[in-house]
Design a protein around this ligand. Structure first.
Ligand code: PRP
Length: 326
């Protein structure tokens, strides 16, 4: 695959993100013809020839007003099948946010294991490989997919941001739940390596039963420290808010919340919380527009498009081209 620039395509809702990646790669985005029928059915086809080519399709599988993840998934699968039918040599899908990675295991009898079913559907549509970032459970993700996958991590980007704010004081990286301990520990190690002094770690317990959260005990010491809560995603924001409350009660000096994917499915309880000095997410999902928070610097959005571009440039041997563009 090396040394052959791929054709980049983006389904409508992923166009802005894909444009940023394409700019880093100094490649154009190919055109798609999308059509929605009166009965809600939909079709999409590439306008550039794909036969014999490497093709990359960008698809952000997050919910948005008027477009569920099911609609998006279905549209993406149909487009991919059409691209393979038209003779594409290699088809790669880039999903900075991949839906359903939280449904990776059975928590009740006869539960569906939806991460695996998504993998099966992608394979059936003859997608050759998948690139994504910070899935909920990487081991479950790795086991679900038989096609090659590339799992990128945003922790180095978040660590760089912490270094810009803070240098000297005691920092404690805190996982907002037990399931996220490995992720937070990985971030802690990266941060410690960059800052060059010891960074503490802590965790807040959390239990989820029928969508209701309980628990909240802080494990570790945060008194007088700067706490960085680190998680994969913000949905309602309840997990991070509960963890912030536990750290506040534990005497934390300042609390920051960081998560890769900002879905913000409920009201902006997190962004409005006075307990948090800052909420930081990536642009894997288009961020909510909150003028007041953005103005006070309470809310920051980190750009991951360059990381995705770098991974694609490495894969397709586009080094020189990319360096010239960035
Ligand atoms: O913003 P919220 O609505 O609180 O949702 C976000 C939380 O949900 C996920 O964890 P989950 O509760 O699924 O954890 P588990 O897989 O470790 O049980 C994720 O890792 C976040 O911690």
């Amino acid at each position: 695959m090396a040394d052959e620039a791929p054709l980049l395509l983006a389904l409508h809702e992923s166009h802005a993100f894909a444009t940023r990646v394409a700019r880093h790669l100094a490649l154009p985005l190919g055109a798609l013809a999308e059509h929605r029928y009166e009965d809600g059915e939909y079709k999409c086809r590439p306008l550039d020839p794909v036969s014999g080519r490497n093709v990359v399709v960008f698809s952000g599988l997050y919910p948005e007003p008027g477009l569920s993840v099911h609609d998006k998934l279905c549209r993406m699968l149909f487009l991919c099948a059409a691209i393979k039918d038209a003779g594409a040599r290699h088809l790669q899908v880039v999903c900075p946010y991949l839906c359903y990675t939280r449904k990776e295991r059975r928590t009740q009898a006869q539960d569906p294991v939806i991460t695996r079913y998504i993998a099966t559907m992608m394979e059936a549509s003859r997608i050759d490989s998948l690139m994504t970032m910070d899935v909920h459970d990487q081991a479950a993700f790795d086991n679900a997919f038989r096609i090659p996958t590339q799992h990128l991590e945003s922790a180095p980007i978040f660590a760089e941001q912490v270094i810009r704010w803070r240098q000297g004081e005691s920092i404690v990286v805190t996982s907002p739940d037990l399931g996220g301990i490995k992720r937070a520990e990985r971030f802690r190690q990266i941060l410690e390596g960059r800052i060059g002094h010891w960074i503490g770690h802590a965790c807040v317990e959390k239990y989820r039963r029928d969508e209701a959260l309980s628990g909240g005990m802080l494990i570790g010491k945060v008194e007088g420290c700067t706490v960085i809560l680190f998680d994969d995603l913000i949905s309602t924001g309840t997990t991070l808010l509960r963890a912030a409350e536990a750290c506040h009660a534990g005497g934390a000096r300042e609390i920051y919340a960081m998560a890769t994917h900002g879905l913000f499915t409920a009201s902006n309880i997190l962004l409005e919380s006075p307990l948090l000095k800052k909420v930081v997410i990536s642009d894997s999902v288009p961020p909510p527009t909150l003028e007041s928070s953005l103005k006070t610097g309470h809310f920051e959005v980190l750009d991951i498009s360059e990381s995705i571009a770098l991974a694609l440039a490495t894969q397709y041997g586009l080094g020189g081209q990319r360096d010239a563009a960035i």
